[in-house]
Design a binder for this molecule. Sequence first.
Ligand code: 13P
Ligand code: SF4
Length: 354
Amino acid sequence: SPSDPDLVERARAAKEKLGEKVFVLGHHYQRDEVIQFADVTGDSFKLAKDAAARPEAEYIVFCGVHFMAESADILTSDDQKVVLPDLAAGCSMADMATAEQVAECWDVLTEAGVAEQVVPVSYMNSSADIKAFTGKHGGTICTSSNAKRALDWAFEQGEKVLFLPDQHLGRNTAVRDMGMSLEDCVLYNPHKPNGGLTAEELRAAKMILWRGHCSVHGRFSLDSVNDVRERIPGVNVLVHPECKHEVVAAADHVGSTEYIINMLEAAPAGSKWAIGTELNLVRRLANRYADQGKEIVFLDKTVCFCSTMNRIDLPHLVWTLESLAEGNLVNRIEVDKETESFAKLALERMLALP
Ligand code: 13P
Ligand code: SF4
């Protein structure tokens, strides 16, 4: 069993043996059984910075998903090894934009005569290849906590943004935070010829949104919001910007996982909250604040874990830490030099955002 006291003891012992050599990062969506061994927890922006701030650690064990481990490898020095406890922990959203598809999209934009005006902005939740494409074409990475700042910067560099791969974060930020209209945004579908768009539509658009989404946050609907408001009078609805536009438009507050955590920390006793993000995090917050009289519920009636985040469990963490403690480097995530140099450009532009 994952909470097996024997496994807990083995993880503790292996971590102690490794000492300063290992640094364990845990994304907020990780299981409790894993989070208890994290040296730091955070959203993807905070973890990217935390990984870069630990030059003395030989091993960075990333309890999160593949694109996060790649970003950590890009931002850490060459002799630091980034390890992902289960190589099958990918992200379905990141997989929705491949290097070939994005190269093809750039050809479409070039054909339409708009490529020179376009600045790519890629969500952290993308492969190193996509980050490299972004860096090569003068763009930046963003996360859900700095998407507005990234768009402000991008619109200083050019007239249009190609936003990859999460259409919802792109649309929500453009409309909620940048004062754009839904008509300023077009949706590029990589499975259709020319993205399903005419050259005219591309010329008129300000935001070209890639047709990707998060399957976890995509499950919340306007009905979930209406239902919870009926069930819990006075409830505050707080959702992640990966949710659909209609959900975000109906919510009271919108923000990244780190924002959600801070908001609940500051919430007064007696307040009621319905949260639209991944369930491990919502349950942890509900438990943390239960005795302070803050009522925190999950926004939807059905459960909604991120199945790939959940692949990192205690048995995988124990295996990883014990292997490293025995001098066995397992599950290393290493981005090739060429990709790394361009991806780093894009990530550094993000880290330099005001
Ligand atoms: P943040 O951690 O940036 O809020 O992103 C949420 C997410 O879906 C991570 O995979
Ligand atoms: Fe990807 Fe969504 Fe899971 Fe985050 S929650 S790792 S975006 S599938």
